[in-house]
Design a protein around this ligand. Structure first.
Ligand SMILES: [Zn+2]
Length: 317
């Protein structure tokens, strides 16, 4: 009935250029990524579905509609994805997903605007929805394990004085916390301040209780080791000690360097209220770094499923 099939890695790579320029190819690419061999009704979940054809041409209906035999409803692949409420062609979504998923330094809305020949406002809308698609689905269920480096930084420059838990307050500098598994996943979040209460709270929220915690000797981390089976190991950055055996926070620091280069190089600056969206994107790129460009793009599109109902609240933040 439906001749969809799951795209292989090389087919994904080959499909993307056409899907960025041809609307039917874009629709079929999104359908293949979302449903693979098993297209289902977005309303009732039935597999008794078919592509509607234009009676005159015998080709697919101009709106790329599907119809469900079980519930009788019609729908498109956009329904239930971040692109549901958009009228922008799916080929532009495809291009923006591909660029956002493959550019190590991030991608500017201006570039999307120029390439797709859409308004800057539309390009921003696309990028914001795509960043939201990249946000973790269920952060509470995805705690970091093993050796986890924890560190904090300021985006927008470092304050001059270190060691004061209220540093950066009242400036445009935004504190960001990172927890990174050695050779694994990353989670970052914008934090209110760098007090012990805030930083330890972030560690508890993101890191599994069995983990081995690595930080520098910043006082706010003192005492966190009691709560983690693997203990708390520190290097004394305050006295220029950066590595002792396998104890260091180099992974977390290099993740911040990449983040800052991306934000400053492409976006110039990001205000505090929007920074969390960029963290979603840069964390996604880090976590999917071992995939090839096609797989990473397909995963981002797949993540866009189910995000529609949630986006209003986080994007308003
Ligand atoms: Zn149905």
């Amino acid at each position: 009935m439906n001749e969809q099939h799951q795209l292989s890695k090389s087919e994904v790579i080959e499909a993307i250029p056409l899907a960025c320029s041809d609307e039917l190819a874009a629709v079929e690419f999104f359908e293949a990524v979302r449903w693979t061999d098993n297209p289902i009704c977005v309303h009732c979940g039935s597999a008794e579905v078919y592509k509607m054809l234009d009676p005159k041409t015998g080709q697919r209906n101009k709106r790329y509609l599907w119809r469900c035999r079980a519930c009788g409803k019609q729908y498109t692949v956009r329904i239930g994805m971040v692109c549901e409420e958009s009228r922008l062609p799916l080929r532009h979504w495809c291009y923006a997903f591909w660029r956002a998923s493959t550019s190590k330094k991030g991608v500017a809305a201006l570039e999307i605007q120029r390439h797709c020949q859409i308004s800057y406002k539309s390009a921003l809308f696309l990028m914001n929805r795509i960043r939201f698609a990249m946000a973790p689905d269920n952060p509470a269920a995805e705690k970091l394990t093993g050796t986890v480096e924890c560190d904090e930084t300021y985006v927008g420059g470092k304050p001059r004085i270190r060691g004061n838990a209220t540093r950066g307050r009242g400036t445009k500098k935004t504190p960001v916390f990172a927890a990174v598994e050695r050779h694994g996943r990353i989670r970052r979040q914008v934090i209110a301040d760098v007090s012990g209460r805030t930083l330890k709270g972030a560690i508890r929220e993101m890191v599994d209780k069995q983990a081995r915690i690595m930080t520098d000797d910043f006082v706010s981390y003192n005492g966190i080791g009691n709560e983690f089976t693997g203990g708390h190991h520190t290097v004394a950055h305050s006295t220029n000690e950066y590595v002792r055996g396998d104890i260091h926070t180099n992974t977390a620091e290099s993740s911040f360097a990449i983040l800052k280069r991306g934000i400053m190089g492409i976006y110039h600056n990001v205000s505090k209220e929007y920074l969390h969206r960029y963290l979603w994107q840069f964390d996604f790129l880090w976590n999917a770094r071992k995939m090839n460009d096609g797989e990473r793009t397909a995963v981002a599109i797949k993540l866009a499923e189910g995000k529609r109902l949630m986006y209003k609240q986080p994007l308003a933040a």
